[in-house]
Design a protein around this ligand. Structure first.
Ligand code: ADP
Length: 454
């Protein structure tokens, strides 16, 4: 498995001239890499210590608009700076760009150098530290599903994103022949990411025309979130380099399957699988039961962190493999939580609620917090559901709209207690703004339905 570059490796590569550019990045609220391109020499001599960015970058929407209503940044306070502090353990080559390396940063207050509480990496680190106090480490894997399209992103944008044609003509779930046709894009994605130090497992065709999935081997939660963000970025960039588009919009057509990001989770103690107990039913330790009970009980509160846009909620519909119910089941893909690897050391829970648009730091932070709450309060896990869970009237519902999820987020005593009022107020504002923007728009559907007939 290729490792990251050490700072000394980077210095030698810069001095020999094989690396001349360092991408100094952080992950924003939407899960995107933002930052600057440094000349290699400047980075290894100076900017490795810190650089700066405008503090509006953790309060914009996807369009980079600057909504009001955030306590942390505003026109009134003049949009000052944050410190971007490179985490030198995350330096890696970027093999799909010539002469380029990358480093991820933590975002700190400009004056105090304290972590910014609503920065996604800080939010995940906080929950990892809380879990460590209980004696556990979290291992996670996030699946990345996405669609590839025939045309390039630039062409599609100029055409107003109309006439979207997926790259292939039929459902390519596990399909070797169909995915061979996509190897021009997928092989460089796997190989470049592997060479960048990501433990790539495989890619496979998914259950719709043009839909692919990338799997990365499970790893410590922070690494998993870093890998996800880098991989998502690379997939878009490599598809673009090849004249195609990759999209992580969860539902780009009402009649097509949506894209998700399932999150596999297990806790470990001193390198041993703490979710496993060979003497208990399904091989599930008592602690795993408590963790899952917390995950399930608080799922409505944290759904926003798994489904942050209006479009995210279009995925949740019956009979699509996207869940609608907050229950668990043993190896059953109709439930929100699926027990995998029962009876083995690989026992884990897969949360199936998240869309391909989730921010992995926020999703993992919220789920760890819920699991920790379950462990602390020794919450009781209900019996697993069986059969087609979509039809289970007794099972709890996943919020069906961004509006509902926003109110659950705003009013969550649990999230306010474990993440802080400032953080929850910040993300509630982001959620509200997204809905307000949507509510202002006159959609194609309204025009087609009412233009003549209303
Ligand atoms: P499936 O295809 O049924 O969803 P896979 O065997 O492909 O399941 O595994 C899915 C993901 O789960 C992979 O990324 C794998 O690395 C991860 N995984 C395996 N074991 C564990 C574990 N103990 N904890 C967390 N994730 C795990």
């Amino acid at each position: 498995m290729p490792a990251n570059l050490s700072f000394d490796d980077l210095k030698s590569r810069v001095s020999e001239g094989s690396i001349d550019t360092v991408l100094v990045c952080f992950v924003d609220m939407q899960g995107r890499l933002m930052g600057k391109r440094f000349h290699g020499v400047n980075f290894v001599e100076n900017s490795y210590k810190e650089t700066h960015c405008c503090n509006y970058l953790l309060a914009t929407d996807l369009e980079m608009a600057t909504p009001d209503g955030y306590a942390s940044t505003s026109w009134e306070t003049g949009y000052g700076d944050y410190v971007m502090k490179p985490d030198l353990d995350t330096i890696r080559p970027v093999p799909w760009l010539e002469g380029t390396a990358m480093v991820l940063c933590d975002i700190l207050d400009h004056h105090t150098h304290e972590p910014i509480p609503h920065s996604p990496r800080a939010m995940l680190k906080k929950q990892i530290a809380r879990l460590k106090e209980l004696g556990f480490d979290a291992m996670m894997a996030t699946e990345l599903e996405f669609f590839l399209f025939e045309k390039s992103l630039d062409e599609l944008r100029k055409d107003g994103f109309r006439d979207l044609q997926p790259i292939s003509g039929y459902n390519e779930d596990y399909h070797i022949f169909q995915t061979t046709k996509e190897e021009g894009i997928m092989r460089p994605i796997r190989n470049h990411l592997y060479a960048a130090g990501l433990p790539i497992e495989n890619s496979k065709g998914e259950a719709e025309s043009g839909q692919e999935e990338l799997n990365i081997r499970y790893s410590a939660a922070l690494d998993c979130a870093d890998y996800h963000s880098i991989a998502k970025h690379a997939i878009k960039e490599i598809a673009w380099q090849n004249g195609h588009a990759a999209s992580f919009l969860p539902k780009w057509h009402k009649d097509r399957v949506g894209s998700s990001s399932h999150v596999h989770q297990s806790l470990w103690k001193d390198g041993e699988a703490a979710f496993f107990d060979k003497d208990r039913d399904l091989g599930m330790s008592e602690m795993m039961g408590h963790y899952m009970a917390g995950l399930i009980a608080y799922a409505p509160d944290y759904t926003y962190f798994l489904a942050p846009y209006v479009n995210s909620y279009k995925r949740f519909s019956k009979g699509t493999f996207a869940p609608t119910k907050t229950v668990w089941s043993v190896d059953n893909r109709t439930a929100g939580f699926r027990l995998c690897g029962d009876g083995t050391k690989g026992i884990r829970v897969e949360c199936r609620i998240g869309g391909s648009d989730l921010n992995p730091y926020l999703a993992q932070a919220a789920m760890l917090a819920a699991g920790i709450k379950g462990i602390e309060e020794k919450m009781e896990l209900a019996a697993p559901t069986r059969g087609d869970v979509y039809e289970d009237a007794k099972a709890g519902d996943i919020p069906q709209t961004l509006r509902d999820a926003t109110e659950l987020l705003r009013n969550s005593k649990f999230l306010r207690e474990v993440m802080g009022d400032d953080v929850i107020d910040h993300y509630t504002r982001a959620a509200e703004w997204e809905q307000e923007e949507f509510d202002r728009v006159v959609t194609d559907w309204e025009i087609a339905r009412g233009f003549e007939r209303a």
